[in-house]
Design a protein around this ligand. Sequence first.
Ligand SMILES: [Zn+2]
Length: 75
Amino acid sequence: MKHYSKIELDRYLHDDMNILLRVACSKHLKNCEQCKNSLSELKNDDQVIEQIRQGIKLLNSVPHKNSKSSDCGLT
Ligand SMILES: [Zn+2]
């Protein structure tokens, strides 16, 4: 059985794969622990990157955290 490389799985994950290959790949993933594990590792990597992005976004979205509370309009 031919296994998928991380590069191929990465393409699969990001919809950057020929539809026929995608179908074959998803079939293979259902039966192959090894490739499934590789795919979940890639997903984890993506999550870490996404969390870092969100963290940066958060940092940028609260520049006035120490300003007066009356600025928020709740008074
Ligand atoms: Zn495999």
